[in-house]
Design a binder for this molecule. Structure first.
Ligand code: ZN
Length: 363
């Protein structure tokens, strides 16, 4: 571990963070250690060889942190933020790191209005900072092991047109709700022993819960070797044949768990998404929903099993419940930046954002 990362991992309190992120040069070295954990890489060609231009005459005196690729055909000049969402930022790196640490430190997330107050930037800037975090933590590798799938609905008040059928949960046939459907994919943790990381969790906006949409989401996020768990929704059952194993519970018969066959983790993640939208963001547009889901999924994954406790459930049954510790926010930051290169976010003229990314960030 680099000296920067070593010091960084000791950050616990807000005072620690403010002190650690007070110096821009130190923040740059810390960011370099996080973006390039295996040594400096040219963001244009991936070459491992580059030279520091610091102090050299490149038209004007080159600043610390400016490098040049040694590849004969490339010769790209770059810094640690080149081709990342932090590229061409007018904010100092210390502001970025403190803001990201603060967002991760919060329990469910921070609204842009709160973040603006705390960090001392405008609300639109804080909104973009939040989206930068969401873009950075987007994960696009396929998940294996035991995978629970489920659906959820968010946003939009149910339609109240007397001429139309009453809005329902809207699974079958006509779209009977103005809410937006999303598919949820949650990886069960490999065990409950202390130290085991929580699995990953994804959610993705879908047009509907058809077989086409189900297959599109599963192909992008689950390996064929995975063991699926879901309810008996026909599209889930049909799509499940493409995987090593698929077990279902029958909600229609009020069956929610049969031994290890259940979708309780997916249900838990659904609740987490709903609580976060209601409590932190209040409203998320379906256009940006996948970005919010990336953040909620990342938070879900940044937990470590801490032990188990016996909980009394209804009817005197006892349930063994796994307790989770959160990974300290300072230790989450390297995971935030590990895939930073190639993910870019630009401001649009209308004040919105334009995401340019080599990963499929939007469902
Ligand atoms: Zn290069």
């Amino acid at each position: 571990m680099s000296a920067e990362l070593e010091l960084h991992s000791r950050i616990r309190t807000l005072a620690d963070a403010v002190a650690a992120f007070s110096d821009d040069d130190r923040c740059r070295r810390l960011l370099e250690a996080m973006v390039w954990p295996r040594g400096r890489l040219c963001p244009a060609c991936g070459c491992h060889r580059s030279i520091s231009l610091a102090g050299r005459d490149t038209g004007r005196r080159a600043r610390p942190g400016l490098y040049q690729c040694s590849d004969q055909d490339c010769r790209q000049q770059f810094t640690v933020t080149t081709r990342t969402p932090l590229h061409a930022t007018k904010l100092p790196l210390r502001t970025w790191l403190l803001a990201l640490w603060f967002i991760l430190q919060s329990d469910k997330g921070v609204s842009s209005i709160r973040l603006a107050e705390i960090i001392g930037v405008s609300q639109p800037t804080a909104w973009r900072m939040g989206h930068v975090l969401r873009l950075l933590v987007a994960r696009d590798h396929t998940l294996g092991g035991v995978i629970e799938i489920d659906e959820m609905y968010f946003g939009g008040a149910p339609r109240s047109d007397p001429d139309k059928p009453r809005a329902g949960r809207g699974r079958k046939g006509q779209p009977r709700t103005t809410k937006t459907p999303a598919m949820v994919v949650v990886q069960r943790p490999a065990g409950s022993e202390p130290g085991t990381p929580a699995g990953e969790a994804r959610a993705c906006v879908v047009a509907d819960l058809s077989l086409n949409e189900t297959e599109r989401v599963l192909e992008a996020s689950v390996t064929p070797q995975a063991h699926l768990m879901s309810d008996e929704w026909k599209a889930f059952v049909a799509a499940g044949t493409g995987f090593a194993r698929h077990d279902t519970v029958c909600h229609a018969r009020k069956e929610y768990a049969r031994g290890t066959v259940h979708a309780n983790a997916a249900e838990g993640f659904n609740n987490r998404v709903r609580q976060t939208i209601a409590g932190v963001f209040h409203h998320i547009s379906s256009q940006h929903a996948d970005l919010y889901f990336h953040e909620i999924g990342f938070r879900w994954s940044q937990r470590i099993a801490a032990g188990q406790k016996i909980r009394k459930a209804r009817k005197g049954r006892t349930i063994l419940q796994t307790l989770w510790d959160r990974v300290p926010p300072a230790r989450q930051l390297p995971a935030v930046f590990i895939m930073a290169v190639g993910r870019q976010i630009r401001r649009t003229k209308a004040g919105g954002i334009d995401v340019r990314s080599t990963v499929a960030v939007f469902g």
